[in-house]
Design a protein around this ligand. Structure first.
Ligand code: SAM
Length: 190
């Protein structure tokens, strides 16, 4: 499918948006229903989690939704240059140990991979409960001279809160029950 997701899989020429670490896919499902003129692909390595989102997509007949079960480390093998309009990273594993920095989904090595298929100006959104991962991402965006669009450590008290950011994943619901603040950052390469 590399380079031809819209035409070959979705049978249209609409923009394609990715959700990385999608788990059960609540964000992809929510966005696909909200934006029928875009295509959404949830990516995760755990088949049993993806199954939940895929089941919902089939039961509800959501044509602009797909899931891809891969290691995100291999993502450049699945998407071609300029193929992706936007990326969402929803509550990824924070990998707090220094020794696991390279596993964080906003580590520069991952960002370089995303750059190979993101359209010019395409935005990357991160929602996380983890303050350490949020700070790390803010610092990375600064160090790499990337473009900040939005960032807040109190999403629901901020000016950015809207119906798109109000979509809640399985993990977010758990964190909110424990009164955890939700961090959000949106940035792009140019
Ligand atoms: C904390 S869960 C969040 C799931 C979902 N976004 C949510 O908020 O409910 C993190 C997810 O990332 C996936 N994941 C972690 N590392 C990954 C990798 N290298 N490649 C693909 N998926 C990965 C896990 O399988 C898991 O489903």
């Amino acid at each position: 499918m590399k380079g031809k997701w819209a035409e070959a899989h979705f049978k249209n020429s609409n923009p394609v948006v990715l959700e990385l670490a999608c788990g059960k896919g609540e964000y992809s499902v929510g966005l696909a229903k909200m934006f029928p003129a875009k295509n959404f692909i949830g990516v995760d390595l755990k088949g049993n989690r993806i199954w939940r989102g895929a089941r919902t997509g089939m039961d509800e007949g959501i044509p602009n939704l797909a899931f891809l079960r891969i290691q995100i480390e291999d993502i450049v093998d699945y998407f071609g240059e300029n193929e992706i309009d936007e990326i969402w990273i929803t509550f990824p594993d924070p990998q707090p140990q220094e020794s696991r920095e390279k596993k964080r989904l906003t580590y520069p090595g991952f960002l370089n991979k995303y750059k190979t298929f993101l359209k010019p100006g395409g935005r990357i959104n991160l929602k996380t409960d983890n303050d350490g991962l949020y700070q790390y991402t803010v610092e990375t965006v600064k160090e790499l001279n990337l473009v900040f669009h939005k960032n807040t450590d109190q999403l629901y008290q901020s000016e950015f809160a809207d119906q798109v950011l109000a979509i809640k994943t399985h993990y977010e619901r758990i964190y909110l029950k424990h009164d955890k603040n939700i961090n959000y950052i949106q940035f792009s390469f140019d």
